[in-house]
Design a protein around this ligand. Structure first.
Ligand code: NAD
Length: 395
Protein backbone atom coordinates (compact mmCIF):
# COMPACT_ATOMS: atom_id res chain seq x y z
CA UNK A 1 0.00 0.00 0.00
CA UNK A 2 1.74 3.16 -1.18
CA UNK A 3 0.22 6.38 0.10
CA UNK A 4 2.08 9.51 -0.88
CA UNK A 5 -0.78 11.97 -1.24
CA UNK A 6 -3.78 12.28 1.04
CA UNK A 7 -6.72 14.57 0.33
CA UNK A 8 -8.96 15.71 3.16
CA UNK A 9 -12.55 16.60 2.23
CA UNK A 10 -14.25 19.02 4.61
CA UNK A 11 -13.29 22.17 6.44
CA UNK A 12 -14.99 21.79 9.80
CA UNK A 13 -13.86 20.87 13.30
CA UNK A 14 -12.73 17.38 12.30
CA UNK A 15 -10.66 18.56 9.31
CA UNK A 16 -9.05 21.27 11.44
CA UNK A 17 -7.95 18.59 13.93
CA UNK A 18 -6.86 16.12 11.27
CA UNK A 19 -4.51 18.46 9.37
CA UNK A 20 -1.93 19.16 12.12
CA UNK A 21 -2.20 15.62 13.53
CA UNK A 22 -1.61 13.87 10.24
CA UNK A 23 1.07 16.41 9.25
CA UNK A 24 3.14 15.35 12.25
CA UNK A 25 3.16 11.67 11.31
CA UNK A 26 2.90 11.59 7.51
CA UNK A 27 5.68 12.74 5.21
CA UNK A 28 3.58 12.86 2.02
CA UNK A 29 1.50 15.71 0.59
CA UNK A 30 -1.77 16.79 2.21
CA UNK A 31 -4.44 18.38 0.02
CA UNK A 32 -7.64 19.97 1.20
CA UNK A 33 -10.82 19.78 -0.90
CA UNK A 34 -13.40 22.43 0.03
CA UNK A 35 -16.21 22.61 -2.54
CA UNK A 36 -18.74 23.89 -0.05
CA UNK A 37 -19.70 27.59 -0.41
CA UNK A 38 -16.73 29.94 -0.21
CA UNK A 39 -14.75 27.75 2.22
CA UNK A 40 -11.74 27.22 -0.07
CA UNK A 41 -11.04 30.93 -0.63
CA UNK A 42 -11.70 31.78 2.96
CA UNK A 43 -9.43 29.03 4.28
CA UNK A 44 -6.64 29.82 1.82
CA UNK A 45 -6.68 33.52 2.66
CA UNK A 46 -6.51 32.91 6.40
CA UNK A 47 -3.91 30.15 6.32
CA UNK A 48 -1.71 32.39 4.16
CA UNK A 49 -1.94 35.01 6.90
CA UNK A 50 -1.56 32.68 9.90
CA UNK A 51 0.86 30.28 8.16
CA UNK A 52 -0.01 27.28 10.34
CA UNK A 53 -2.99 25.58 11.89
CA UNK A 54 -2.52 24.84 15.59
CA UNK A 55 -4.17 21.93 17.38
CA UNK A 56 -4.30 22.54 21.13
CA UNK A 57 -4.41 19.42 23.30
CA UNK A 58 -4.23 20.46 26.93
CA UNK A 59 -0.79 22.03 27.33
CA UNK A 60 0.53 20.53 24.11
CA UNK A 61 0.34 22.20 20.69
CA UNK A 62 1.00 20.71 17.28
CA UNK A 63 1.14 22.50 13.97
CA UNK A 64 0.47 21.80 10.33
CA UNK A 65 -1.00 23.11 7.10
CA UNK A 66 -2.21 21.57 3.87
CA UNK A 67 0.06 21.70 0.82
CA UNK A 68 -2.76 22.61 -1.52
CA UNK A 69 -6.34 23.87 -1.00
CA UNK A 70 -9.00 23.96 -3.70
CA UNK A 71 -12.70 23.97 -4.37
CA UNK A 72 -12.06 21.94 -7.54
CA UNK A 73 -11.78 18.15 -7.28
CA UNK A 74 -9.66 18.15 -10.43
CA UNK A 75 -6.93 20.09 -8.60
CA UNK A 76 -6.78 18.16 -5.34
CA UNK A 77 -8.32 14.71 -5.80
CA UNK A 78 -6.79 13.55 -9.08
CA UNK A 79 -3.42 12.58 -7.66
CA UNK A 80 -4.65 11.40 -4.24
CA UNK A 81 -3.90 7.86 -3.06
CA UNK A 82 -6.08 8.35 -0.03
CA UNK A 83 -9.24 10.44 0.36
CA UNK A 84 -10.42 11.18 3.90
CA UNK A 85 -13.98 12.45 4.10
CA UNK A 86 -14.38 14.37 7.36
CA UNK A 87 -17.95 15.32 6.66
CA UNK A 88 -21.41 14.92 8.09
CA UNK A 89 -22.95 11.76 6.61
CA UNK A 90 -25.50 13.72 4.55
CA UNK A 91 -22.58 15.15 2.52
CA UNK A 92 -20.96 11.75 1.73
CA UNK A 93 -22.97 10.83 -1.33
CA UNK A 94 -22.85 14.27 -2.91
CA UNK A 95 -19.09 14.48 -2.33
CA UNK A 96 -18.47 10.99 -3.73
CA UNK A 97 -20.47 11.79 -6.88
CA UNK A 98 -18.54 15.03 -7.24
CA UNK A 99 -15.02 13.57 -6.95
CA UNK A 100 -15.62 10.23 -8.67
CA UNK A 101 -14.66 11.27 -12.24
CA UNK A 102 -11.28 12.53 -11.00
CA UNK A 103 -10.18 9.63 -8.82
CA UNK A 104 -7.26 7.35 -9.50
CA UNK A 105 -8.21 3.78 -10.39
CA UNK A 106 -6.81 2.39 -7.16
CA UNK A 107 -7.52 5.17 -4.69
CA UNK A 108 -8.77 4.44 -1.18
CA UNK A 109 -11.70 6.50 0.13
CA UNK A 110 -12.77 6.60 3.74
CA UNK A 111 -15.46 8.27 5.79
CA UNK A 112 -14.51 9.41 9.29
CA UNK A 113 -16.87 8.74 10.92
CA UNK A 114 -18.76 6.42 8.56
CA UNK A 115 -22.07 6.45 10.45
CA UNK A 116 -24.38 3.69 9.14
CA UNK A 117 -24.85 2.37 5.62
CA UNK A 118 -21.83 4.15 4.09
CA UNK A 119 -20.94 1.02 2.10
CA UNK A 120 -24.34 0.82 0.37
CA UNK A 121 -24.04 4.33 -1.04
CA UNK A 122 -20.30 4.24 -1.78
CA UNK A 123 -20.27 0.86 -3.54
CA UNK A 124 -23.27 1.81 -5.67
CA UNK A 125 -21.57 5.03 -6.77
CA UNK A 126 -18.35 3.12 -7.60
CA UNK A 127 -20.36 0.61 -9.64
CA UNK A 128 -22.35 3.28 -11.49
CA UNK A 129 -19.09 5.04 -12.40
CA UNK A 130 -17.25 1.82 -13.30
CA UNK A 131 -14.61 2.54 -10.66
CA UNK A 132 -14.89 -0.71 -8.76
CA UNK A 133 -11.15 -0.97 -8.15
CA UNK A 134 -11.41 1.89 -5.70
CA UNK A 135 -11.40 0.67 -2.11
CA UNK A 136 -13.50 2.05 0.68
CA UNK A 137 -13.27 2.19 4.45
CA UNK A 138 -15.08 3.73 7.35
CA UNK A 139 -14.16 4.53 10.92
CA UNK A 140 -16.57 3.93 13.75
CA UNK A 141 -16.20 7.41 15.23
CA UNK A 142 -14.08 10.49 14.91
CA UNK A 143 -11.01 9.91 17.09
CA UNK A 144 -11.34 13.29 18.78
CA UNK A 145 -13.90 15.60 20.34
CA UNK A 146 -12.81 18.87 18.76
CA UNK A 147 -14.02 22.41 18.18
CA UNK A 148 -12.60 25.15 15.95
CA UNK A 149 -11.37 28.00 18.11
CA UNK A 150 -10.39 30.25 15.23
CA UNK A 151 -11.11 29.27 11.62
CA UNK A 152 -8.03 28.11 9.68
CA UNK A 153 -5.90 28.87 12.71
CA UNK A 154 -6.72 27.10 15.98
CA UNK A 155 -8.62 24.01 17.03
CA UNK A 156 -9.19 22.63 20.51
CA UNK A 157 -8.87 18.88 20.88
CA UNK A 158 -11.02 18.31 23.93
CA UNK A 159 -10.62 14.57 24.12
CA UNK A 160 -9.01 11.70 22.28
CA UNK A 161 -10.28 8.14 22.11
CA UNK A 162 -7.94 5.37 23.08
CA UNK A 163 -8.87 3.25 20.10
CA UNK A 164 -11.20 3.51 17.09
CA UNK A 165 -12.63 0.69 14.97
CA UNK A 166 -12.19 0.67 11.19
CA UNK A 167 -13.65 -1.60 8.50
CA UNK A 168 -12.77 -1.71 4.80
CA UNK A 169 -14.01 -3.24 1.60
CA UNK A 170 -12.51 -5.35 0.14
CA UNK A 171 -11.76 -6.84 3.55
CA UNK A 172 -8.25 -7.93 2.61
CA UNK A 173 -6.88 -4.37 2.82
CA UNK A 174 -8.14 -3.82 6.38
CA UNK A 175 -5.12 -4.75 8.45
CA UNK A 176 -2.53 -2.96 6.30
CA UNK A 177 -4.73 0.13 6.14
CA UNK A 178 -5.32 0.01 9.90
CA UNK A 179 -1.53 -0.02 10.49
CA UNK A 180 -1.09 2.96 8.19
CA UNK A 181 -3.91 4.92 9.83
CA UNK A 182 -2.67 4.03 13.34
CA UNK A 183 0.69 5.51 12.42
CA UNK A 184 -0.51 8.73 10.78
CA UNK A 185 -3.27 9.40 13.31
CA UNK A 186 -1.05 8.40 16.23
CA UNK A 187 -3.83 6.31 17.70
CA UNK A 188 -4.79 2.64 17.85
CA UNK A 189 -7.01 1.85 14.86
CA UNK A 190 -8.61 -1.50 15.38
CA UNK A 191 -9.44 -3.55 12.28
CA UNK A 192 -13.10 -4.60 12.29
CA UNK A 193 -14.21 -7.74 10.44
CA UNK A 194 -16.84 -6.16 8.20
CA UNK A 195 -18.74 -2.99 7.37
CA UNK A 196 -21.93 -4.31 8.94
CA UNK A 197 -20.13 -4.02 12.28
CA UNK A 198 -19.60 -0.31 11.57
CA UNK A 199 -23.28 0.15 10.78
CA UNK A 200 -24.57 -1.60 13.88
CA UNK A 201 -21.78 -0.38 16.15
CA UNK A 202 -22.32 3.23 15.16
CA UNK A 203 -22.60 4.45 18.73
CA UNK A 204 -23.54 8.00 17.70
CA UNK A 205 -26.96 6.61 16.69
CA UNK A 206 -27.60 5.63 20.30
CA UNK A 207 -25.90 8.45 22.17
CA UNK A 208 -27.05 11.49 20.21
CA UNK A 209 -30.75 10.80 19.50
CA UNK A 210 -31.08 8.87 22.78
CA UNK A 211 -29.85 11.74 24.95
CA UNK A 212 -31.83 14.33 22.92
CA UNK A 213 -34.95 12.20 23.43
CA UNK A 214 -34.26 11.86 27.15
CA UNK A 215 -33.52 15.54 27.69
CA UNK A 216 -36.34 17.04 25.65
CA UNK A 217 -39.25 14.58 25.32
CA UNK A 218 -42.20 16.43 26.89
CA UNK A 219 -40.04 19.57 27.21
CA UNK A 220 -39.99 20.54 23.55
CA UNK A 221 -41.02 24.13 24.32
CA UNK A 222 -38.63 24.60 27.26
CA UNK A 223 -36.63 27.82 27.32
CA UNK A 224 -33.23 28.28 28.91
CA UNK A 225 -30.81 30.99 29.90
CA UNK A 226 -27.26 30.50 28.62
CA UNK A 227 -26.09 29.01 31.92
CA UNK A 228 -29.12 26.74 32.36
CA UNK A 229 -28.88 24.96 28.98
CA UNK A 230 -28.65 21.26 29.97
CA UNK A 231 -25.25 19.65 29.89
CA UNK A 232 -25.44 16.95 27.25
CA UNK A 233 -23.36 14.03 28.55
CA UNK A 234 -23.09 15.18 32.16
CA UNK A 235 -26.87 15.69 32.00
CA UNK A 236 -27.50 11.94 31.49
CA UNK A 237 -29.80 10.93 34.36
CA UNK A 238 -30.62 7.44 35.58
CA UNK A 239 -33.75 7.50 33.37
CA UNK A 240 -31.84 8.64 30.27
CA UNK A 241 -29.18 5.98 30.91
CA UNK A 242 -31.99 3.39 30.97
CA UNK A 243 -33.22 4.50 27.53
CA UNK A 244 -29.66 4.35 26.15
CA UNK A 245 -29.19 0.90 27.67
CA UNK A 246 -32.40 -0.35 26.08
CA UNK A 247 -31.44 1.04 22.67
CA UNK A 248 -28.05 -0.61 22.95
CA UNK A 249 -29.64 -3.92 23.99
CA UNK A 250 -31.97 -3.82 20.98
CA UNK A 251 -29.01 -3.39 18.62
CA UNK A 252 -27.26 -6.33 20.29
CA UNK A 253 -30.44 -8.39 19.73
CA UNK A 254 -30.31 -7.56 16.01
CA UNK A 255 -26.65 -8.63 15.90
CA UNK A 256 -27.44 -11.87 17.76
CA UNK A 257 -30.27 -12.71 15.36
CA UNK A 258 -28.03 -12.13 12.33
CA UNK A 259 -25.43 -14.45 13.88
CA UNK A 260 -28.13 -17.12 14.30
CA UNK A 261 -29.12 -16.73 10.66
CA UNK A 262 -25.50 -16.90 9.45
CA UNK A 263 -23.00 -18.49 11.78
CA UNK A 264 -20.06 -17.27 9.70
CA UNK A 265 -20.72 -13.58 10.15
CA UNK A 266 -18.45 -12.02 12.74
CA UNK A 267 -20.26 -9.34 14.75
CA UNK A 268 -18.35 -9.74 17.99
CA UNK A 269 -17.19 -6.12 17.88
CA UNK A 270 -20.76 -4.82 18.09
CA UNK A 271 -20.44 -4.03 21.78
CA UNK A 272 -22.85 -2.85 24.44
CA UNK A 273 -22.70 0.90 25.00
CA UNK A 274 -21.04 0.83 28.43
CA UNK A 275 -18.33 -1.54 27.25
CA UNK A 276 -17.72 0.68 24.23
CA UNK A 277 -17.41 3.80 26.39
CA UNK A 278 -14.88 2.09 28.65
CA UNK A 279 -13.01 0.66 25.69
CA UNK A 280 -12.79 4.02 23.92
CA UNK A 281 -12.35 6.35 26.89
CA UNK A 282 -10.71 4.16 29.48
CA UNK A 283 -8.36 6.86 30.74
CA UNK A 284 -10.84 9.74 30.78
CA UNK A 285 -13.74 8.10 32.67
CA UNK A 286 -13.32 8.51 36.41
CA UNK A 287 -16.24 6.38 37.65
CA UNK A 288 -16.98 3.29 35.55
CA UNK A 289 -19.66 1.96 37.91
CA UNK A 290 -22.59 2.18 35.49
CA UNK A 291 -23.66 3.69 32.18
CA UNK A 292 -24.75 6.95 33.77
CA UNK A 293 -21.45 7.49 35.60
CA UNK A 294 -19.51 6.63 32.43
CA UNK A 295 -21.18 9.64 30.78
CA UNK A 296 -21.21 11.95 33.78
CA UNK A 297 -17.54 11.48 34.74
CA UNK A 298 -15.90 11.33 31.31
CA UNK A 299 -13.52 14.30 31.09
CA UNK A 300 -13.70 14.24 27.26
CA UNK A 301 -17.40 15.13 27.55
CA UNK A 302 -17.02 17.74 30.27
CA UNK A 303 -18.96 20.97 29.86
CA UNK A 304 -20.51 20.08 26.47
CA UNK A 305 -24.08 21.34 26.40
CA UNK A 306 -27.17 20.25 24.49
CA UNK A 307 -27.62 21.92 21.11
CA UNK A 308 -29.77 25.04 21.40
CA UNK A 309 -30.75 28.00 19.26
CA UNK A 310 -31.10 31.55 20.44
CA UNK A 311 -34.48 33.24 20.22
CA UNK A 312 -34.87 36.74 21.66
CA UNK A 313 -33.33 36.60 25.14
CA UNK A 314 -33.45 32.86 25.68
CA UNK A 315 -32.44 29.53 24.18
CA UNK A 316 -34.61 26.70 22.82
CA UNK A 317 -33.64 23.08 22.03
CA UNK A 318 -32.19 22.96 18.51
CA UNK A 319 -33.94 20.09 16.81
CA UNK A 320 -32.13 20.76 13.53
CA UNK A 321 -28.82 19.79 15.12
CA UNK A 322 -26.71 16.98 13.61
CA UNK A 323 -27.42 14.89 16.68
CA UNK A 324 -30.78 14.30 14.98
CA UNK A 325 -30.50 15.29 11.31
CA UNK A 326 -27.45 13.03 10.87
CA UNK A 327 -27.91 10.29 13.44
CA UNK A 328 -31.55 9.48 12.60
CA UNK A 329 -31.45 8.97 8.77
CA UNK A 330 -27.78 7.80 8.78
CA UNK A 331 -28.02 5.83 11.99
CA UNK A 332 -31.12 4.60 13.75
CA UNK A 333 -33.28 4.33 10.61
CA UNK A 334 -30.59 2.15 8.97
CA UNK A 335 -30.54 -0.07 12.04
CA UNK A 336 -34.33 -0.24 11.91
CA UNK A 337 -34.13 -1.33 8.25
CA UNK A 338 -31.68 -4.11 9.13
CA UNK A 339 -33.79 -5.14 12.13
CA UNK A 340 -36.75 -5.45 9.78
CA UNK A 341 -34.80 -7.70 7.41
CA UNK A 342 -33.70 -9.79 10.42
CA UNK A 343 -37.29 -9.79 11.76
CA UNK A 344 -36.36 -8.33 15.15
CA UNK A 345 -38.64 -5.90 16.99
CA UNK A 346 -36.92 -2.81 18.39
CA UNK A 347 -39.73 -0.86 20.12
CA UNK A 348 -37.57 1.62 22.04
CA UNK A 349 -35.59 2.58 18.96
CA UNK A 350 -38.91 2.88 17.06
CA UNK A 351 -40.19 5.26 19.72
CA UNK A 352 -37.00 7.38 19.60
CA UNK A 353 -37.16 7.52 15.78
CA UNK A 354 -40.86 8.42 15.76
CA UNK A 355 -40.52 11.20 18.33
CA UNK A 356 -37.27 12.74 17.08
CA UNK A 357 -38.15 12.53 13.39
CA UNK A 358 -41.23 14.65 14.13
CA UNK A 359 -38.92 17.17 15.80
CA UNK A 360 -36.81 17.42 12.63
CA UNK A 361 -39.93 17.60 10.43
CA UNK A 362 -39.35 14.20 8.77
CA UNK A 363 -41.33 11.01 8.46
CA UNK A 364 -39.40 7.76 8.11
CA UNK A 365 -41.72 5.26 9.80
CA UNK A 366 -45.40 5.05 8.92
CA UNK A 367 -47.69 2.56 10.68
CA UNK A 368 -44.67 0.58 11.84
CA UNK A 369 -43.07 0.31 8.38
CA UNK A 370 -40.25 2.21 6.73
CA UNK A 371 -42.71 3.84 4.37
CA UNK A 372 -42.71 7.43 5.59
CA UNK A 373 -42.52 10.19 2.98
CA UNK A 374 -38.84 10.94 3.73
CA UNK A 375 -37.54 7.37 3.74
CA UNK A 376 -35.93 7.93 0.32
CA UNK A 377 -33.41 10.25 2.02
CA UNK A 378 -32.32 7.70 4.63
CA UNK A 379 -29.28 5.50 3.92
CA UNK A 380 -31.15 2.23 4.28
CA UNK A 381 -30.01 -0.77 2.21
CA UNK A 382 -33.40 -1.01 0.50
CA UNK A 383 -32.79 2.40 -1.14
CA UNK A 384 -29.78 0.84 -2.91
CA UNK A 385 -31.68 -2.26 -4.07
CA UNK A 386 -30.38 -4.39 -1.25
CA UNK A 387 -33.35 -6.28 0.05
CA UNK A 388 -32.00 -9.23 1.96
CA UNK A 389 -29.56 -9.90 4.75
CA UNK A 390 -27.26 -12.09 2.66
CA UNK A 391 -26.25 -9.09 0.57
CA UNK A 392 -25.61 -6.92 3.63
CA UNK A 393 -23.44 -9.54 5.29
CA UNK A 394 -20.96 -9.76 2.39
CA UNK A 395 -19.67 -6.24 3.05
P1 NAD B 1 -18.51 20.66 10.93
O1 NAD B 1 -19.89 21.10 10.89
O2 NAD B 1 -17.52 21.41 11.75
O3 NAD B 1 -17.90 20.60 9.46
C1 NAD B 1 -18.52 20.06 8.42
C2 NAD B 1 -17.80 20.42 7.12
O4 NAD B 1 -18.37 19.54 6.19
C3 NAD B 1 -18.06 21.81 6.62
O5 NAD B 1 -17.09 22.71 7.03
C4 NAD B 1 -18.00 21.60 5.13
O6 NAD B 1 -16.66 21.62 4.71
C5 NAD B 1 -18.52 20.21 4.97
N1 NAD B 1 -19.95 20.18 4.62
C6 NAD B 1 -21.00 20.39 5.42
N2 NAD B 1 -22.16 20.25 4.74
C7 NAD B 1 -21.81 19.93 3.48
C8 NAD B 1 -22.54 19.67 2.32
N3 NAD B 1 -23.87 19.65 2.31
N4 NAD B 1 -21.84 19.37 1.20
C9 NAD B 1 -20.48 19.35 1.21
N5 NAD B 1 -19.74 19.60 2.29
C10 NAD B 1 -20.40 19.89 3.41
O7 NAD B 1 -18.52 19.11 11.39
P2 NAD B 1 -17.37 18.35 12.18
O8 NAD B 1 -17.47 18.69 13.63
O9 NAD B 1 -16.09 18.53 11.47
O10 NAD B 1 -17.90 16.87 12.05
C11 NAD B 1 -17.64 16.06 10.92
C12 NAD B 1 -18.22 14.70 11.23
O11 NAD B 1 -17.62 14.20 12.45
C13 NAD B 1 -19.72 14.71 11.50
O12 NAD B 1 -20.23 13.49 11.06
C14 NAD B 1 -19.82 14.78 13.03
O13 NAD B 1 -21.03 14.26 13.50
C15 NAD B 1 -18.64 13.88 13.39
N6 NAD B 1 -18.13 14.09 14.76
C16 NAD B 1 -17.63 15.28 15.14
C17 NAD B 1 -17.12 15.41 16.43
C18 NAD B 1 -16.51 16.69 16.88
O14 NAD B 1 -16.07 16.75 18.03
N7 NAD B 1 -16.42 17.70 16.06
C19 NAD B 1 -17.13 14.33 17.31
C20 NAD B 1 -17.66 13.10 16.88
C21 NAD B 1 -18.14 13.00 15.59
Amino acid sequence: MKIDIATICGGGNAAHAMIPIIRNHFSGKINLFLPFGDEANHFQKLIDEKKLLTAIMGDKEIYGRPNKVSKFAKEVCKEADLILMLLPAFAHEKTLQHIMPFLKEEAIIGAIPARSGFEYAALKILKDNKKEKIKIFGMQTLPWACRIKEYASKVDILGKKKSVGMAAFPHKITSELASFLSRVLNLKIEPLPNMLTLTLANVGQIIHPGIMYGLFKGKEQATYQKETVPLFYQGVTKEIAKILQEMSDEILMVAEKIKVLDKNVNLERVMGLKNWLIYSYEDSIIDKKNLQTCFNTNSAYKGLRAPVKKENDYFLPNFQARYLTEDIPFGLVVTKAIAQLAKVNIPIIDEVILTTSKWIGKEYIKRGYLKGKDIKDARIPQNYNINNLEEIIIY
